[in-house]
Design a binder for this molecule. Structure first.
Ligand SMILES: NC(=O)c1ccc[n+]([C@@H]2O[C@H](COP(=O)([O-])OP(=O)(O)OC[C@H]3O[C@@H](n4cnc5c(N)ncnc54)[C@H](O)[C@@H]3O)[C@@H](O)[C@H]2O)c1
Length: 337
């Protein structure tokens, strides 16, 4: 996708900012839509004044903002803007519906007018707690009851996937769904296991170990994710498909915290966080979350290349060089949303 016009929603966010930097480095005209004003978008500090960056402040919940932003000649829109992080959707499940479901509906309405390819960022959460791992893209969705707020995110993203399949069948709107598995790396908000542990250790605080820490995840470094996103946009065979983007190595959350402690050469240990005491019945954890990765390899020629130790080491190196991020508390992050 060299020298073309592309749109990115959520470009001031963690994954979005890395994507924007790469798209600019590849000589694209990049139009970013985000609710955060550019002067507050620390994640885009390095490229803020880039001549090919066109930044638009708007809210996905307002159709008129999206209309004002829309670039008819764009080759694709990468739709990343979303409510992200379990604390946010437990705090305000209605906001999740407004931003994820109604916001995406607004994006699709504009995309349909100009027949613009939509790269939709979905999540491993759509598989819910399906015990049959690894999860292939056509695997079942196994969810808990609706009074458990955590399933609202999975359901919201799945509704968006349904809208995309529907519009593709009815009017041929081109799309690719990418389902990310636990992305981590520089600039991530410090409320996910890798970023929270690094942030706390560098502040001389104990990282939180959720329950027994035996749940497993497949952590995927942000640079790998950006490569996968761009391949999804430029690969013709990917149109009309949902594709997992995830590392295939399964590790326990406890192992991750221990890797952070040893890489940062810290002996501070960890603090127990009992989810049933903090969240009550609103919380339900997923024991194992593992992607099947063959489809990404076959269609996109993509494979996650950066393994956890290397990714954690890179992220710690970046965090030490960026005191603004280390000083960022969870409360400040919550305020932005
Ligand atoms: N990080 C992960 O591990 C992960 C895993 C699975 C899926 N995803 C998906 O990837 C995408 C990017 O995630 P991220 O980790 O970069 O999240 P992030 O929170 O860092 O970025 C989301 C961006 O969306 C913007 N946004 C929120 N509400 C908005 C609104 N109403 N209007 C306009 N912009 C708004 C935010 O300001 C932010 O810049 C999301 O769609 C997320 O669901 C992420």
């Amino acid at each position: 996708m060299k020298n073309s016009v592309v749109m990115v929603t959520g470009g001031a966010g963690f994954v979005g900012s890395h994507l924007v930097e790469t798209l600019l480095a590849n000589n694209n005209e990049v139009y970013v839509f985000d609710v955060v004003p550019i002067e507050k978008a620390n994640n885009l500090k390095e490229v803020r004044n880039h001549e090919k960056l066109h930044y638009f402040v708007g809210d996905l919940r307002k159709q008129e903002d999206i209309q004002a932003f829309w670039q008819e000649d764009a080759t694709a829109i990468y739709h990343l803007a979303s409510v992200v992080g379990i604390n946010h959707y437990i705090d305000d499940p209605l906001k999740l519906v407004d931003i994820v479901v109604i916001g995406t509906r607004h994006i699709l309405a504009e995309a349909a007018k100009s027949n613009t390819k939509v790269i939709f960022t979905s999540t491993s959460e759509v598989y819910g707690k399906n015990p049959e791992v690894p999860w292939a893209e056509d695997g079942d969705r196994v969810l808990g009851p609706t009074y458990v707020d955590r399933w609202s995110y999975s359901t919201g993203k799945a509704v968006c996937e349904h809208m995309l399949y529907g519009m593709y069948k009815q009017s041929g709107l081109p799309f690719v769904i990418v389902r990310f598995f636990n992305v981590y790396g520089p600039r991530q908000s410090p409320n996910f296991v890798v970023s929270q542990s690094i942030n706390k250790v560098l502040r001389d605080e104990q990282p939180l170990l959720y329950d027994d820490g035996k749940m497993t995840r497949c952590f995927t470094y942000v640079d790998d994710i950006v490569k996968g996103l761009i391949l999804a946009a430029v690969t013709e065979e990917a149109v009309g498909e949902a594709i997992n983007l995830g590392n295939s190595v399964e590790v326990t959350v406890k192992d991750v915290i221990e890797t952070v402690l040893s890489t940062a050469q810290s002996d501070i240990g960890y603090k127990q966080f009992i989810t049933s005491e903090e969240y009550g019945k609103q919380y339900e954890d997923i024991i194992r979350r593992i992607p099947k990765v063959d489809k990404a390899e076959e269609i996109l020629g993509w494979k996650s290349e950066i393994q956890l130790e290397e990714g954690i080491s890179k992220t710690i190196g970046w965090a030490k060089a960026n005191p603004w991020w280390v000083g960022k508390s969870l409360d400040e992050v919550a305020e932005v949303k």
